[in-house]
Design a protein around this ligand. Structure first.
Ligand code: 7TS
Length: 411
């Protein structure tokens, strides 16, 4: 087991108030960060401070509070631009999360560009939020969806990728990291291959942003979507990165305040420029402020250090869990992040999850909003433990002990 001496885990954990609590009399062992990460005090405080001292609606006011709130909000846009190395701050649209970001692309770029006879390529690994918006639109527009399949270990099948690209898809959607199997997809290479056949590429980065340094220009993708609550920030806020030339051409999506230039009954209503064209209505202001604090927090720890720590945890958890008789790790691709999914012969995942909860161990069970993966692997679901910067080796030990106990009770 490799522990990172330079990584002061105890000090880091003290920054997360929730990690002090107990569940059923046991110290909380929170292994569900892929669903939602916990927040450090600086994020909670930034939101509270904003609500207590700076809150006002943004952009439209001339008064001091409106100016301060606008500066804070737009400051986070600049911070995020730098964080993912976007070329311009206009390429960052604040949304309510990954689901909202993908629906934005489907509702604007998709509705304007996809028609009968076109092909959209999705991978089998996608979360429902990167499948269903395309299925809804396909029903309306009559385009085809082609699925890029996975190999037994949960990595993308190269043959299937080639076959999908040979159909010259207009759009290819791929998750950067699978929330169920942990597979890390080589989105830089896939984007380059997709661009060669003329496809626009959307990367779902929900499970990547908390674990990896993201460089959208290096990836080369056209869209990149993520959620605040998976990166130590608030829920109800997220972002969509889109290449400026695409955003400029895209029609608006939601209509309302802020997204317009002029509104008239007598003449045609005209629209604002990106990113405002896509930010109708009052956004989740304290959420954006909290997201800014989360970015600062992540950078203060360092994504490289977080990634190294989590990699060691995944390795340790995989090894220790494998010692359990009847253990079946689901998703064993070479490059993994974020999660360890498993099944134990003779037990149902939800029974294991319920027993673990009684021991204070929070894991997720079920299909994790990726039913197509379950269908393909012929399994009802998995037990999923997921890790974050604050996860410990002792928590992995508690998980393993809990699973051993559950298996004894259930068999
Ligand atoms: N894409 C991926 C890869 C995800 O893991 C999730 C949420 C989403 C999109 C949707 O994100 P949202 O913030 O818009 O809801 N994944 C999970 C999960 O694994 N367990 O609960 C939510």
């Amino acid at each position: 087991m490799k522990r990172n001496a330079a990584y002061d885990l105890n000090a880091l954990r003290r920054e997360f108030p929730i990690l002090d609590r107990e569940v059923y009399g046991h110290p909380l062992v929170y292994l569900d960060s892929a669903a939602s990460a916990q927040k450090p005090r600086v994020v909670i405080e930034a939101q509270r401070e904003y609500e207590a001292h700076f809150h006002s609606n943004i952009h439209r006011g001339v008064h001091t509070l409106a100016t301060q709130a606008t500066e804070a909000y737009e400051g986070v846009r600049s911070k995020l631009t730098e964080h993912i190395n976007a070329a311009r701050r206009e390429e960052i649209i604040f949304t309510s999360g990954t689901t909202d970001s993908i629906n934005l692309v489907a509702g604007t770029w998709g509705r304007a560009n996809l028609n009968s006879g076109d092909v959209v390529a999705l991978t089998r690994l996608e979360h429902h939020s990167n499948i269903v918006p395309w299925q809804i639109l396909a029903k309306e527009k009559g385009f085809d969806i082609v699925v890029i399949e996975i190999d037994e270990d949960g990595s993308l099948c190269e043959e299937s990728l080639k076959a999908a690209l040979s159909r010259s898809p207009k759009l290819l959607c791929v998750s950067h990291v699978s929330n169920t199997l942990g597979t890390v997809n080589d989105v830089t290479r896939i984007t380059a291959q997709a661009h060669e056949v003329g496809a626009v590429v959307l990367v779902d980065g929900a499970q990547a942003v908390p674990h990896k340094k993201i460089d959208v220009r290096d990836i080369g993708c056209d869209f990149y979507a993520a959620s605040g609550h998976k990166m130590y920030g608030p829920s109800g806020v997220g972002f969509l990165y889109g290449k400026a030339e695409l955003l400029e051409e895209m029609p608006p999506w939601k209509g309302g305040g802020e997204m317009i230039q002029t509104v008239s009954f007598e003449e045609e209503t005209t629209f604002n420029v990106p990113p405002y064209k896509f930010e109708a209505g009052t956004p989740h202001l304290s959420g954006v402020i909290g997201l800014g604090a989360a970015l600062d927090w992540i950078n203060s720890v360092g994504l490289d250090k977080i990634a190294e720590h989590e990699e060691a945890l995944i390795k340790y958890a995989s090894e220790r869990l494998s010692e359990i008789e009847g253990m079946r790790l689901i998703g064993t691709s070479k490059d993994k992040a974020s999660v360890v999914s498993f099944l134990v012969d003779g037990t149902h995942p939800s029974d294991i999850g319920t027993i673990l909860d009684q021991l204070g161990v929070a894991v997720r069970t079920g299909h994790h909003c990726t039913e197509p993966i379950m269908n393909k692997l012929g399994i009802p679901g998995t037990v999923r433990a997921s890790f974050a910067a604050y996860s410990t080796f002792e928590e992995v030990d508690a998980l393993v002990a809990g699973v051993e106990r559950a298996v004894k009770m259930l068999r």
